[in-house]
Design a protein around this ligand. Structure first.
Ligand SMILES: Nc1ncnc2c1ncn2[C@@H]1O[C@H](COP(=O)(O)OP(=O)(O)O)[C@@H](O)[C@H]1O
Ligand SMILES: Cc1ncc(COP(=O)(O)O)c(N)n1
Ligand SMILES: [Mg+2]
Length: 553
């Protein structure tokens, strides 16, 4: 091995935010390397270490009113933490009353803009908005063939919500025959879906499903028919079709006039999420949640005198939680051995909460939840802050039961809520996209709602009777299996589980079941570390038997 004196310490100028991050990016190279090789190695390492910033290119029209088009796209991508470049296809004179004029950009100049960005700037995802003529669609298709990107999101903008035409009807065949076949997703609203399908009437959610399936035949990988304008609907329902399954995505309808630009924003958010690496359906859900939240925060903004106002894409900047450092990223396997605290049991055994948390982590707990129903708020925040330090040290996520305020105050990794606590979608809006949210569910319908609300996992139970929740109805192993099979989220089983019966639970080997959550089995014991170790070894044994196909009962 080279001694340290034969190494040179060469700091590279790489993007880094903190002194610690900068230090970890210092590169050691042997002195014996020739200066040329050293230069080559350094540039290779620099390339490898470069932080790639997710990049969406929007190809769309400018909205002088700033609520839709290019302006909405740039703000939406910025809000989602993604870089956004723009190729402008037309300049519109537009306000809250409607569209007063459209000035198309010459096709050759659109091509020049596409060339400039795509040839140089490592675009991940292209999102299209207003493409005013068939010639523009052709120019775009040709550019995308020359410069392929990871994903293409096509929002087939045709008519503004105010009823003004933004692209000529002759673009319909360009979309259907050329662009859709290259698209990863197309996102027509009701009017656009109808126009694409020769005037098909779309009045119900089942009409939307039919439309999504028909549009899929034009060649895009996925279709989202947006129901913002579905009359008589108390929800905001969109229908997603991936070629196999149709999903109805229900959101709550925000009562506001400020819906100008919702479609542009939705498509840009999908593109932004895809550029960060999200799977398609997750990207669509995150985008829909963003639009709903943005509308909610902006529902009483007053700008302009017309019927449709813009909304505030950057509402999150006003919300302090977004300034806090992100927590640990959720991995479903974190649910394997989930320790839920109980300070009553700690005082019975004469130990502090921090000692208890440290002991279960040392014993092999993979995630910790502070569940304190009676602790005073100040003591709770102090305890949680101290526990956070321990959990950070061991890289174990710490969640707070119910108390979003306490989670924010100590910058916990997330919150676990029950059916009578704050709704998960509100928790998500308050905590932001980077935090972990779990929801207690007993039924398939609750599990579906948790998924829609943007939760990361569900806790399912009580599986067996338990002393920590006296009047809790138990669902048994059968109930657990039913919910697990239907759940789109990973599941942790809870309720009366311990060393004696954990094998019955995990041994079901049922889909989505990732682990067990325990309270008394760990905290109501003298040696918490020892008990956790025992439980962990039981779980590991069951897991290896399940993966070998042996049923353990
Ligand atoms: N009032 C509203 N409340 C909540 N979500 C809405 C509302 N209006 C539209 N949306 C959502 O905004 C997105 C864009 O839909 P839509 O308005 O139909 O598209 P477009 O703007 O292209 O006409 C969809 O996800 C839709 O469900
Ligand atoms: C330049 C431009 N592009 C797109 C739209 C559609 O707006 P919405 O998202 O409300 O359908 C618009 N009004 N103006
Ligand atoms: Mg709209």
């Amino acid at each position: 091995m080279a001694s340290s004196s034969s190494l040179i310490l060469q700091p590279l100028i790489l993007p880094s935010t903190t002194p610690r991050a900068a230090f970890s990016r210092l590169v050691f190279l042997p002195r014996s390397l020739s200066p040329r090789l050293r230069a080559v190695s350094l540039s290779t390492i620099a390339m490898a270490l470069r932080t790639k910033f997710p990049h969406v290119l929007t190809v769309a029209g400018s909205d002088s009113g700033g609520g839709a088009g290019i302006q909405a796209d740039i703000k939406a991508c910025g809000a989602m933490g993604v870089y956004c470049s723009s190729v402008i296809t037309a300049v519109t004179a537009q306000n809250t009353v409607g569209v007063q004029g459209v000035h198309p950009v010459p096709e050759a100049f659109i091509e020049e803009q596409l060339n400039s960005v795509l040839s140089d700037m490592e675009v991940d995802v292209v999102k299209t908005g207003m493409l005013p003529s068939p010639g523009v669609i052709k120019v775009l298709c040709d550019s995308l063939k020359r410069f392929p990107v990871k994903a293409l999101v096509v929002d087939p903008v045709m008519v503004s919500t105010s009823g003004d035409t933004l692209s000529s009807p002759s673009t319909l065949s360009g979309y259907r025959d050329d662009l859709f076949g290259m698209a990863d997703i197309v996102t027509p609203n009701l009017k656009e879906a109808s126009a694409l399908l020769g005037g098909m009437q779309l009045q119900t959610v089942s009409d939307m499903s039919l439309a999504a399936k028909s549009i899929h035949k034009f060649g895009p990988k996925n279709v989202l028919v947006k129901g913002g304008d579905l009359s008589g609907s108390s929800d905001a329902v969109d229908v997603f079709f991936d070629g196999e399954t149709c999903y109805e995505l229900h959101g709550s309808r925000v009562q506001t006039r400020n819906t100008h630009g919702t479609g542009c924003t939705l498509a840009s958010c999908i593109a932004a999420e895809l550029s960060k690496g999200s799977p398609m359906l997750e990207a669509v859900k995150a985008a829909k949640a963003f639009v709903e939240n943005a509308l909610h925060y902006s529902k009483s903004i007053e700008l302009g005198s017309g019927p449709q106002g813009p909304f505030d894409h950057l509402f999150r900047l006003k919300s302090p939680p977004y300034n806090v450092a992100p927590g640990l990223k959720f991995q479903p396997d974190d649910l394997f051995l989930y320790a839920v605290t109980d300070s009553g049991m700690n005082s019975k055994w004469g130990r502090s909460m921090t000692d208890a948390v440290e002991a279960v982590i040392k014993g092999g707990a993979t995630i910790v939840q502070l569940r304190e129903k009676h602790m005073e708020t100040r003591e709770f925040v102090e305890t949680a802050t101290a526990c956070m330090e321990i959990c950070r040290l061991h890289k174990i996520p710490l969640l707070i039961n119910d108390r979003v305020d306490v989670a924010l105050a100590c910058n916990a990794d997330g919150v676990h809520v029950g059916q009578s606590d704050m709704q998960a979608r509100t928790v998500r809006a308050l905590l932001g996209p980077g935090k972990i949210i779990g929801v207690s569910c007993k039924t398939i319908a609750q599990a579906e709602q948790a998924w829609m609300d943007g939760a990361d996992y569900i806790g399912c139970g009580g599986v067996f009777p338990t002393s920590t929740k006296k009047d809790n109805t138990t669902i048994g192993l059968e109930g657990l299996k039913e919910v697990c099979l239907a759940s789109k989220l990973p599941v942790v089983a809870i309720g009366g589980i311990g060393i004696g019966n954990a094998n019955l639970v995990l041994g079901t080997g049922v889909k989505n079941l990732k682990g067990v959550a325990v309270v008394s089995a760990l905290f109501d014991r003298e040696s918490m570390e020892g008990e956790t170790k025992k439980l962990r070894s039981v779980l590991e044994r069951v897991l290896s038997n399940v993966s070998e196909g042996t049923v353990v009962l």
